[in-house]
Every structure is written in C-alpha cells, then in structure tokens.
Design a protein around this ligand. Structure first.
Ligand code: ARG
Length: 574
C-alpha cells in the first residue's frame, strides 16, 4: 500500500518542529477542495510549544520542504502547509502499486491477529425469507468482506431463528392438517399456511394453544417424535434459504442458531439468580431494568421456557468463550434496538465487561414502491415479498434489458444473473444503512444512474478498451511508461480517487458502513467515464497510448476489487 502520508510526515518531522513522524502523520489532512493541495498540515497545535504564531510556523515549514522532489508546489495558507504532489511521480506510484498488487489492491492488515464475528441474515425457520431479511444478509456480507479486507480473522454466523414456542404450534398444525407431499413441494409457504390456519382455528378453539404448549415442552425435553418433526422443518427451510444464499454467493462459517443454545441456558439462569438479578413477576422471571429507563427483560416464562433475550445472553457468552472475539457485530434491523439495549444491560449487570465489544449494527426499513409488479403473499403479519422472487425478477428484467440493448458476444444467462443480483445488492448498499428506503425497480436497474449496472458497465467498458487495444492484461508492464501523460485533469482526478481506496475500505469497516465504499466506487466510475469521454485513449502516439492504457487497466482492477468487497461480480462484457 502506498503511504504518502508517512513519507510526507518524515519530510515534515525533519524540519525540527518537535514532533515525531508518527505524530505528524496523524495530523496530516486530505483537503476536501483539491485546490488546497493533495495534503495539508495544520500548525495550530504547534503554536503553544513553539511559542510562535501558527501562520509563521506554517510559512517556515513550507519554505523548508518546498524543494523536495515529491512536491510540485508547497504553499502556506493561514495556519496550513498545503502540499501539491508532483503529478507524474504520484501517477507512477499509484498505477505501479495497483498493477502489481492486482486483486489485493485495497486490502491492508491493520486487523491482523484479531477475530471479529459478524452475525447476519438470521432468518426464522418455517417463516418467509422475505425482502426485509435482504438488508441484514447483504449488509452483513459486505461488512464481513470489509473486515476480511483489513486483515481481521472473520467468523460469519447465521443465528437462525430455529427455536421457540411457535414450533409447538407448527407441530400441532402439521399433525392436524399437514400433508407430506404438499410440504415437500413448497416447504416454507406450506408451513406458513398451516401456521396461519393454526392461529385462525385457535381463535375459536383456545385449547389448541394448550396442545401447542405441550408439544413445545416435549420438544424441549427431547421427545423423539417432536424432535424429528422440528428437524424436518429446519432442514426443509435451510434448503430453501441456501437457494437464496447461492444466488447471492454467500456462505457462513456457522449456522448455530437459537436452538444451539437451548441446553446452555440453565447456567445463566443460575448465574442471574446468584448475582441477585432475577425477580419473580407473575410466575415469570425477569431482570428489572426500570432504573435504566427500560422495560424489564423477560428471562423465563411462567411455564419455565426461555426467551429470545435469554438465548442471546447464552450466545454472547458462548461466542466470547469459544472465539475470544475482539468485536462481535450483530447486523439486525433497528426495530430490535430495545432488545439489544436490554440484552447489553443484562450482560453488563452480570459483570461481563466485554459486552462493550458486542455491537448492534442496525439498519432501517425497506418498503416497496407503489404498483411494483412483484409477487406478494399474505401472512398473518401482512403481505410479504419473498427475497427469492425479488432476485429472480431482477435477473429476468436484466435479461430483457440486455436483449433490447442487443448486447453482442455476451452470455446473457450468466451476465443477467451477475448484473440483476448485483443491482439488488448495490441498491441495498447505496444509502446510509440506518435510512429507510423504498425499493423501486426504476432505480435499481437504471444503467445510467448511480447503480450497480452502471458501475459494472464501466468495468466492462474498461475491459473492452483493453481488448480493442490488444492488451494482454496479465502481461501489462508499467516499467517504461511516461507518467507525465497522466497529469491531465481527468486522469489525475481518477488517480486520486483510486489512491484513496485502501483508506476508504478501512473507514467503511470502522463505521460498519459499506455505503462509504459504494459511494466512493460510484465516484471512481464517474471519474473513469469522464476520462474516457474527455480523452482519446487509443491515440497513435505509442507512449501516450501506453500510459493511458495503464490507467484503464488500473481502473479495471480497482472497480472489480471494490465490487468484490460489496459481494458483486464484475463481468467483462455486458
Ligand atoms: N431471527 C431474527 C429475526 O428474523 C433475527 C435474529 C437477530 N440476531 C440475534 N442475535 N438476536 O427477526
């Protein structure tokens, strides 16, 4: 990774201002406005120690470093030293680094030796894997890739919702109205149908609820028949979820869901009791959170069965003991804010100091634009859209667009999958995750907007320029290139954006905010297209042409790498 900041810090520290290079490095800024330089060094902090006005210090530092060959110019503006890098030197460093590092450009190793857990997706067994889950799945996967790219050891956990009293209901419903055949044909929709029917009938025959409770108690006690049914539901559901994960190219390291903790709970209930935290309340056991302005956390129900929060307590301790995480991230909707606040408070009260490293990474709601032509299904909770249908529709619509565009030499089957699914992922990661947003095909698949297809198309365009030039990208060398050809404004702007990729990746990981990278990627694609339109690339002059092609190749690499970090493919032809 090229580190101009460190090199500049050494140059500045050598002017004897009483700071180490590391201290100087931490103070160096990248001005928002490129007219203020590529880098700036503010001197305010030095005024005290040097007993001199900061403007005068800045003037002195500027004068002493101006001759360095790294800079084309150094200016003092108020308390700042503004530095402009020599453009050709900069272009050379950057294009060389990207060409040499290839698929690794953008990666760094600040996280080496530490483990981060990313828990995401976590759908509920026998319930729809609906469009709401797409957010957790896609954002979580991007966060995993970002942490991996900054060198952490990352464990991906799918905390399946595979436990709880609803399975008692499902078992009873299946026994009463279920058909093996119907179930095998379309598992989740069928189970959902039985479940809905259970609620309808239970409204008139409340004794059904007692039956369900008994079935759940037997399930918890490990009764073979109930366990077999539960396992069947779980396996059928997982097979359906895996279809979606395959489409998205997502895998997990662990599917230890809620049921995994069912036998680990007594220890914590005992511990809560010992620490004097459990209070009896109408037969149930709770932790009173009133002093912290929250409703109580219910630990066991009056029938002794455990709850969602209890299983999350067991899961957190298990993960700490098993993985010794540096951070454990929970990518879960902001609707569950209260749950996570209560849970963290309980862990804190239990004396688990590491609870501060458990971080809820919330996100907003997604809704559908009016009149969107997508299949819906009614459930007790309302009308839901299945994620699988969204993905298939995206692929179909993309194939249609590509046929209209008359794409040549393109394997429409493969590419429409890569672009259609990529478009849905990109859309998910475009906005600040906490914002609610409206899913609208007109935005998602717009090839000219700030979308996945636009960025992928830019990548394919770069590939096509290189193909037309007859460049073998695996053999492209940057040794004899005259980089002064890349100091023209559109090329230089592109170079500066590419240079910032590694630090943007770190920033996006630190903030659990993939959209920081998505937006930067859009900036790169736009800068590339400006370069492409402003400049004639395949010029006759050999030296100029080689320099420009080297930048096209670097752009191709970087766009593909960034798409990869978001979980999106980069087709070479579109
Ligand atoms: N299964 C839950 C749902 O679909 C999400 C689980 C979130 N993770 C957790 N550790 N509580 O709403």
């Amino acid at each position: 990774m090229i580190d101009f900041k460190s090199r500049i810090a050494e140059i500045i520290a050598a002017t004897e201002i009483g700071l180490t290079p590391a201290e100087v490095r931490a103070m160096i800024e990248v001005p928002q406005d490129s007219k203020m330089g590529d880098f700036a060094f503010p001197c305010f902090r030095l005024a005290k120690t040097m007993r001199k006005a900061p403007q005068l210090i800045a003037a002195d530092v500027a004068a002493r470093i101006a001759d360095n060959e790294l800079f084309s110019s150094v200016q003092q503006v108020n308390a700042y030293v503004n530095m402009f890098l020599d453009k050709a030197a900069f272009a050379k460093e950057l294009v060389t680094a990207v060409t040499e590092e290839g698929a690794n450009y953008g990666r760094s190793n600040g996280g080496a030796g530490r483990t981060v857990i990313v828990e995401y997706s976590s759908p509920n067994i026998a319930k729809p894997f609906h469009i709401g889950h797409i957010r957790s799945t896609v954002i979580g996967n991007a966060i995993y890739k970002l942490y991996d790219a900054v060198g952490f050891n990352v464990v991906r956990i799918n905390h399946l919702g595979d436990y709880g009293t609803q399975f008692g209901k499902m078992i009873v419903a299946y026994r009463k109205w279920g058909s093996e055949e119907e179930l095998a044909h379309d598992p989740i929709k069928t189970l959902l149908k039985y479940y809905t029917r259970f609620h309808e009938e239970a409204a008139e025959h409340p004794e059904l609820n007692d039956e369900a409770r008994e079935a759940f108690v037997r399930l918890e006690a490990g009764a073979p028949e109930e366990v077999a049914l539960w396992e069947k539901f779980r396996a059928l559901s997982l097979a359906e979820f895996n279809r979606v994960y395959d489409m998205l190219g997502i895998t997990f390291d662990s599917y230890a869901g809620e049921s995994f903790y069912s036998d680990k709970m007594p220890r914590f209930i005992e511990e809560l009791k010992e620490k004097g935290l459990l209070v009896q309340s109408q037969g149930a056991q709770i932790v009173d959170l009133e002093p912290y302005g929250m409703t109580p956390a219910m630990i066991t129900k009056s029938d002794g069965s455990s709850l969602y929060v209890t299983r999350d307590i067991a899961a957190a301790v298990y993960r700490k003991e098993h993985y010794d995480f540096y951070k454990c991230l929970y990518v879960v909707a902001s609707q569950q804010n209260l749950h996570f606040k209560q849970w963290k408070k309980v862990l804190e009260l239990m004396g688990y100091e590491w609870q501060k490293d458990c971080i809820h990474v919330p996100f907003g709601l997604v809704s559908l634009a009016d009149g969107d032509d997508i299949k819906m299904m009614s459930t007790r909770e309302g009308r839901v859209v299945f994620l699988e249908d969204v993905l298939t529709t995206a692929v179909d619509k993309t194939a249609e667009i590509m046929r209209q565009k008359n794409a040549k030499d393109v394997d429409i089957d493969t590419v429409s999958r890569e672009v259609g699914i990529g478009a849905v992922i990109f859309q998910e990661l475009s906005n600040n995750r906490i914002k609610d947003y409206v899913f609208d095909w007109n935005n998602v698949l717009n090839f000219d907007g700030e979308t996945g297809p636009y960025v992928q198309y830019t990548h394919a365009r770069a590939c096509s320029v290189l193909r037309n030039a007859g460049v073998d990208v695996n053999k492209l060398s940057v040794n004899d290139i005259d980089f002064s050809y890349l100091t023209i404004p559109s090329a230089y702007e592109l170079i500066k954006l590419i240079y910032r990729v590694p630090e943007v990746v770190v920033d996006a990981a630190d903030k659990y905010e993939p959209s920081i990278l998505t937006r930067h990627l859009v900036d790169i694609a736009q800068a590339f297209n400006k370069f492409y339109h402003d400049e004639h690339i395949l010029v006759d002059d050999e030296a100029e042409r080689s320099a420009k092609l080297a930048l096209v190749n670097a752009s191709r690499i970087v766009i593909a790498n960034c798409l990869g970090l978001l979980g999106i493919k980069a087709p070479e032809r579109m």
